[in-house]
Design a protein around this ligand. Structure first.
Ligand code: SAM
Length: 304
């Protein structure tokens, strides 16, 4: 069973082995024995409890990456059993992220602040942005030390791409972080990417207030990009089970309706086509992962 899971993890969305995933700096598959025996691979930062499932590593596994542990893989497989095709949402989300970055570069944006950036995998923001605009600057931010350590290892060769470990719940810490202020010029437009991260914040964390702080820190012509899990009435039972799985992680899910997502973007102008299912945001007819996904909403908003 585990062999099947690992083999599935080494294939990408199309069922192919993907060199971009397998050739990553320290990427390698693990067996649960390795994790539960005390010998951990050297890429695991101090203090990580590999027996607690984690959203960053579950997402990494769903995308076909290798920086995850047995408990993460088991959770993704459990979700997949409850909601067949669920891991395709991760692929559709990643595809949206790529389309949004390409769109932003065409709109003249060359500075990106990607908060909740995740473990580097296929289609990273800096790769897409630099391909389209070699002068682009990208600041990655994540709360997960595994995501930050891997980003750091991968980015050593890029002078204008950096990563910091920080919590979106304290936006001032991000905006005033010396590495952030050194890399990004907030007197010029910036795209703040909040892709598949805000649904980890309960209302009690005031996501609207967080967005307002990020919006106010940027100049006119800046953008906020987000994707967000949303309730789907036909999938009530499945989504109930999904909540149970994520309650075992440090970041339970807080799905929001399109109206609630619109409230988060107060003071900004939505770019066409507005708040839509991720696969409907400027779809690319050539994209392999173009199947409709109602479980996640996407939006790009502009600071007028
Ligand atoms: N944005 C990437 C993407 O869409 O491909 C990764 C999304 S992944 C599902 C969510 C990421 O948000 C994880 O890497 C997780 O560690 C991070 N995250 C969760 N809560 C966070 C917080 N409070 N502050 C910063 N990052 C957070």
């Amino acid at each position: 069973m585990l062999d099947d899971l690992l083999s599935a993890a080494s294939r990408n969305a199309n069922g192919r082995h993907d060199d971009a995933v397998t050739a990553g700096a320290t990427m390698r598959a693990l067996s649960s024995g390795e994790e539960r025996g005390m010998e951990l691979p050297d890429w695991v930062p101090e203090g990580i409890d590999v027996t607690v499932p984690n959203a960053a590593r579950m997402y990494d596994y769903a995308l076909g990456g290798f920086h995850n542990f047995a408990v993460d893989r088991e959770n993704v497989e459990r979700v997949e059993q409850m909601m067949p095709g669920a891991r395709r949402v991760a692929h559709a989300n990643r595809a949206f992220l790529g389309r949004a970055v390409r769109w932003l570069v065409k709109a003249g944006i060359t500075q990106f602040l990607d908060i909740g950036s995740g473990i580097p995998t296929l289609g990273n923001v800096h790769e897409i942005a630099l391909r389209a605009a070699p002068e682009a600057r990208v600041m990655y931010v994540d709360i997960d030390p595994v995501a930050v350590a891997h980003s750091r290892a991968m980015l050593a060769e890029y002078p204008r791409v950096e990563v910091v470990e920080a919590d979106i719940r304290r936006p001032a810490d991000i905006l005033n972080h010396p590495d952030v202020t050194e890399l990004l010029d907030f007197a010029e437009p910036v795209a703040v990417l909040l892709v598949a991260v805000l649904h980890f914040l309960p209302d009690a964390d005031d996501p609207g207030g967080i967005l307002a702080q990020l919006r106010d820190a940027t100049v006119r012509g800046s953008y906020i990009v987000l994707s967000h899990g949303t309730p789907v009435p036909e999938l009530d039972e499945e989504i109930d089970s999904l909540h149970k799985v994520y309650k075992r992680t440090p970041t339970p899910l807080h799905l929001r309706t399109a109206e609630q997502v619109a409230d988060l973007l107060d003071g900004l102008e939505l770019v066409e086509p507005g708040i839509v299912p991720i696969s409907d945001w400027h779809p690319d007819p050539d994209e392999v992962d173009a199947e409709p996904r109602p479980e996640m909403l996407a939006a790009v908003a502009h600071k007028p």
